[in-house]
Write a protein that binds this ligand. Structure first.
Ligand code: MLT
Length: 271
């Protein structure tokens, strides 16, 4: 799987945003894929491959992760969502089915608050609506400092076992480590500080009226299945799909089952 390739870049919102833009080039509807922490758009390679014959697929690298440079301020969900809106404006995309995994889900919920009319459908994957408590915020600050002092090898050592199920293959471990190591320590720290500041999105959920899907890896060690069940109960009409044999990254660990669920949502959306 190719992790680092030449990607388009757009100077907008005060950053150089790198992104994937694949599939039907001029479609004004798109599938927007929002990645997890501390990875980048390359984590969606299997989904881009599955979607691009019938859809336009757009996937940005968030600030300081992948090829988008860090900007020195916390990557708040508000900032990342406004980057995404600027990118969609730049690409003249008016409506999108939005899939966000974990941190990407936090950004998707913020994006929904900022521009609900954008959403044709939503897939919330291995994510949650709640904000951090005090201990969670302290842990994120300690992680941010460690990332800056010890660098990306430390980040990869710490995060990879949490992101993948126990017994993940050597290829999956290498892929996730490579995805992490494409970022920057400053970007990792900024993302942790941004997530620490994220608001509670629980009150947003009942207002989501587009077709919706909640996806969760059955062996996720970072976010419990109870969080997915709460999301599915609170978003009107949401369908919950549990992906067997997958941890926090079911799109990588069981792409067949993940893609089946995502394509069913996306292909079933009204024109
Ligand atoms: C992620 O996978 O995006 C993160 O684990 C989310 C988080 O740290 O809350």
């Amino acid at each position: 799987m190719l992790l680092l390739s030449v990607m388009p870049v757009a100077h907008l919102n005060g950053t150089d945003l790198h992104y994937v833009d694949a599939g039907l080039a001029h479609a004004r509807d798109a599938v927007l894929l929002l990645h997890a922490f501390p990875l980048h758009s390359g984590m969606w390679a299997a989904q881009v491959a599955a979607l691009k014959a019938r859809h336009r697929v757009v996937a940005p690298d968030f600030r300081g992760l992948g090829q988008t440079p860090p900007s020195g301020e916390p990557s708040t969900m508000e900032l990342l969502a406004s980057d995404v809106r600027a990118l969609l404006g730049h690409l003249r995309i008016e409506r999108a089915a939005v899939a966000g995994l974990s941190m990407g889900g936090y950004v998707a919920l913020e994006l929904f608050r900022q521009q609900p009319g954008l959403f044709r459908g939503i897939a919330l994957c291995d994510t949650r609506a709640g904000a951090d408590g005090d201990e969670g915020r302290r842990n994120r600050e300690a992680f941010a400092r460690n990332a800056i002092e010890r660098g990306l090898p430390w980040v990869a050592d710490d995060m990879t076992p949490k992101l993948l199920r126990e017994g993940a293959s050597a290829a999956e471990v290498k892929l996730v480590r490579d995805l992490i190591r494409a970022g920057t320590p400053a970007g990792v720290a900024a993302a942790q500080r941004g997530m620490a500041a994220r608001p509670d999105s629980t009150a947003t959920l009942p207002g989501i009226r587009c077709p919706s899907l909640v996806v969760h890896g059955e062996l996720d060690r970072l976010i419990g299945l109870d969080e997915a069940q709460k999301l599915a109960a609170a978003v009107p009409g949401a369908r919950l799909v549990v992906i067997p044999g997958a941890g926090h990254l079911p799109n990588i660990e069981n792409p067949e089952a993940f893609n089946r669920a995502l394509l069913e949502l996306v292909d079933g959306l009204p024109a």
